[in-house]
Design a protein around this ligand. Structure first.
Ligand SMILES: Cc1cc2nc3c(=O)[nH]c(=O)nc-3n(C[C@H](O)[C@H](O)[C@H](O)COP(=O)(O)OP(=O)(O)OC[C@H]3O[C@@H](n4cnc5c(N)ncnc54)[C@H](O)[C@@H]3O)c2cc1C
Length: 553
């Protein structure tokens, strides 16, 4: 008997096969800037195709374990992780996925665009990183925080090292069992201790990358008032001064049994007079300081979403090219082409939004524009990533539901993206706050108007859809900013945030399309048109997705 065996999906070189990524980098960095980045991007891509995919698989199939006691009953709280996780840690350091924006040589080469190069590295690596992208995000956030609030900290050099023997990552301990989103209810306290250190006491409920050498914890300093703004960030070393584990008073109570991100050790932590170093002056309200970190991790979340969407598309395309249905190849089927085409448009939109957020992070990290775009980018891409991942599983049929194909992981891992660092609703409320306290909506709406104007001749229907959406938004933003606490405005916050994000994405895609069209490439215009007509105009673009499928991928 001859038994049919389906070929598994193959992965092309994620950098050289991605004309969209290359186009964006060519425009955002300029030809010289892109040329200077090519070596790094190609080297990381080669590692993704080779050892990192194997490391990713190893880390996913050998989840971390916690040993709380040694054989004699002494508390050790040792977290063991797989060889694959260690390989990812080393790769993250070597490829400078955290370090790059902090390197003087990189900033000399790319200026503010260093963050764009970093984003491209994350885009290529994240989906095959076994979610080591999570400690990388927190390490980058911690490094950004130390750079502004404690630039002399010796931890900064370690967070931004490229030698795997020296480099460390960080955790970020904010969430407590009684309040994740509502951090005002935090009960962890800090009191002055010896040697300028402080002593932290309290329980932290979700502590990812608990194997990291340090964490940034939020605590309420002695004498500080109530509310979230009076909390302050502290650096908690996980090791005692003599290098032994654990630091005094630090306990890992258990590891979480999670739906996804299974290679990441996420712990529940108890602090009992655990020594910690204040980041900035602990007598000054510190939530604003902590937001430096949070903005960075939110952007990494958007990068993970966009990268995962692109990689899911790659796998689905490979499967469609191999799979026979209804007497033909799946990739030729009009309905399947329309389905994958829509995912390609969404992946392009997610990339555009994430790349824009990283651009702002490089150019103006404390500006009003990023203050608004950071929650928008995270919430829009997080939702897109979950919807796309579900569709990718379906694109594989039954195989998409079978664990050892590796495909279900796409959905399990995507689902964390709209949860941690702010759920969709919490971010939507944060968007309302940004609209009230800052001027970020003005550049966003202005950008949309300019993009629509520029598209009027080439793409009149698309320009009309963007103009109509922008006008409606301008009115609704004004209404929301005038009375952000009214029940009506709060109830509509998610809808408003999604419209803001979708409109910004349309503008970004159209800007890029205009640049590409001047160089004789109309494919980005197609992507921009389909995003705008579908997401802002509510149009059914299925026939176009099928007809122009080859130009979308
Ligand atoms: C895999 C994973 C890893 C994590 N790692 C970390 C970590 O390393 N460090 C860390 O500090 N935390 C971490 N978290 C915790 C995460 O950040 C929180 O779970 C998240 O912020 C939500 O908080 P919560 O669980 O308390 O839910 P809640 O805040 O109780 O939310 C419950 C529901 O209420 C809604 N809600 C809450 N507030 C509002 C509001 N104002 N308006 C409207 N709706 C609202 C939410 O949208 C949600 O649907 C992790 C979580 C996961 C799943």
């Amino acid at each position: 008997m001859t038994r049919f065996v389906q070929d598994g999906p193959a992965l092309r070189d994620p950098y050289t096969s991605d004309w969209q990524l290359q186009g964006w980098l060519e425009r955002l960095l300029g030809p010289d800037g892109h040329a200077a980045a090519k070596g790094r991007l190609a080297a990381l891509s080669a590692d993704v195709l080779g050892p990192l995919r194997a490391a990713h698989h190893d880390a996913e199939t050998h989840p971390p374990t916690l040993t709380r006691f040694d054989p004699w009953g002494a508390r050790i709280d040792r977290v063991d992780v797989s060889a694959g996780w260690h390989a990812q840690r080393a790769a993250a350091a070597r490829h400078a996925v955290v370090a790059l924006p902090y390197q003087a040589a990189a900033r000399d080469t790319w200026g503010a665009g260093t963050r764009i190069v970093q984003h491209a590295l994350l885009h290529l690596w994240g989906p095959e990183s076994a979610t080591f992208s999570c400690p990388v995000a927190m390490a980058d956030g911690a490094a950004a925080l130390l750079t502004t609030a404690a630039p002399d900290s010796p931890w900064l050099a370690r967070l931004t090292a490229t030698d795997p023997a020296v480099a460390v990552t960080s955790g970020q301990w904010m969430t407590e069992s009684q309040g994740g989103s509502d951090i005002a209810r935090s009960t962890t306290t800090a009191r002055p201790g010896p040697d300028g250190r402080w002593l932290l006491t309290g329980d932290k409920w979700f502590c990812s990358a608990i194997d990291a050498a340090m964490a940034v914890a939020l605590a309420r300093p002695d004498g500080a008032g109530p509310g979230s703004r009076n909390l302050a960030p502290f650096l908690v070393p996980r090791y005692a001064d003599d290098g032994a584990l654990p630091a005094p008073g630090l306990q890992v109570l258990r590891l979480k049994d999670k739906l996804g991100t299974r290679a990441v050790p996420t712990g529940e932590v108890r602090l009992d007079d655990t020594p910690a170093i204040p980041i900035g002056d602990p007598t000054v309200p510190g939530l604003a300081r902590m937001m430096t970190l949070v903005v960075v991790t939110r952007l990494h979340n958007a990068a993970a979403a966009a990268g995962g969407m692109r990689r899911g598309l790659e796998y689905a395309l490979s499967h469609a090219a191999n799979r026979q249905v209804a007497g033909g190849v799946l990739a030729d089927n009009p309905l399947h082409r329309a389905t994958l085409g829509a995912l390609a448009v969404d992946a392009a939109g997610a990339y555009a939004l994430a790349a824009h957020a990283f651009t702002l992070l490089g150019a103006d990290p404390t500006g009003d524009e990023l203050r608004l775009v950071a929650p928008l980018a995270k919430l829009v891409t997080g939702r897109l990533a979950v919807a796309s991942a579900s569709e990718y599983l379906e694109a594989f049929g039954g195989a998409g539901y079978v664990e050892d194909t590796g495909i279900p992981r796409l959905l399990r891992d995507a689902q964390v993206l709209p949860i941690w660092e702010g759920t969709t609703n919490v971010l939507s409320v944060d968007v309302l706050r940004a609209l009230t306290t800052g001027d970020g909506a003005r550049p966003l709406l202005h950008r949309a108007e300019i993009a629509a104007d520029a598209a009027t001749t080439r793409l009149p229907g698309v320009a009309d859809a963007l103009i109509a959406a922008t006008r409606r938004l301008a009115v609704d933003v004004e209404t929301a900013a005038a009375d952000p606490r009214s029940g009506r405005v709060v109830a509509g916050a998610r809808e408003l945030a999604l419209r803001l994000g979708n409109t910004l994405t349309a503008a970004l895609l159209l800007e890029h399309a205009a640049w590409a069209a001047d160089r004789g490439d109309d494919r980005p215009a197609l992507l921009a048109s389909l995003w705008t007509l579908r997401r802002l105009g509510g149009a059914d673009v299925s026939a176009d997705l099928h007809t122009h499928f080859d130009q979308l991928i």
